[in-house]
Write a protein that binds this ligand. Structure first.
Ligand SMILES: [Fe+2]
Length: 171
């Protein structure tokens, strides 16, 4: 059995230390991304209010995009010789995104919760992208910048636009 937190030797031109470091950073982002995916599904189901249909569809689209990222991040960990975090109970031990209430929150609270989860992942990803590039792991840097960060930023924009004040009439 290969233990979690170790890397196998792969001839891909990256040092053991660089691969270990990238896998550790990626597994944290992978855990948080799996939680974000689950949060999107929860809020897709629990959505309510006058914009129910639009948000119901939007959150499901974002869930699908996050699920693709989950697969890409996990397979990057494996490419580096590591072990990707997969079991939801293991994910729960690693993530730093707070657990939401089991019940249904107000709509702005749901959207804010998703935005905060995005920001947690974005802050981590910017730092991890810079550090992994310093260590020579350009592939991980590219995944974080081109996929995780760009997708996260775009989704955060679409969420945030639902939280601005939109007065019906300006006299
Ligand atoms: Fe659905």
């Amino acid at each position: 059995m290969q233990k979690f937190g170790t890397v196998r030797q792969f001839p891909i031109g990256l040092s053991h230390d660089a691969r270990m470091y990238s896998c550790e950073r990626l597994n944290k982002i992978l855990a948080d991304t799996q939680i974000l995916y689950a949060l999107y599904k929860k809020h897709h189901w629990l959505m309510r209010g006058p914009t129910f249909y639009q948000l119901h569809l939007l959150l499901d689209k974002h869930a699908g995009e996050q699920l693709e990222l989950v697969d890409m991040i996990a397979e990057r960990v494996q490419t580096l010789g590591g072990v990707a975090v997969g079991d939801p109970r293991h994910v729960a031990e690693i993530t730093s995104i707070p657990r939401p209430p089991d019940g249904a929150e107000e709509v702005p609270a749901m959207l804010s919760r998703l935005l905060e989860a995005h920001e947690t992942i974005l802050i981590e990803s910017h730092d991890a992208a810079a550090r992994t590039m310093e260590m020579g792991d350009d592939g991980t840097n590219d995944l974080l910048v081109s996929d995780v960060i760009r997708t996260g930023e775009l989704e955060a924009w679409f969420l945030a636009e639902h939280l601005v004040d939109t007065p019906l009439v300006h006299a």
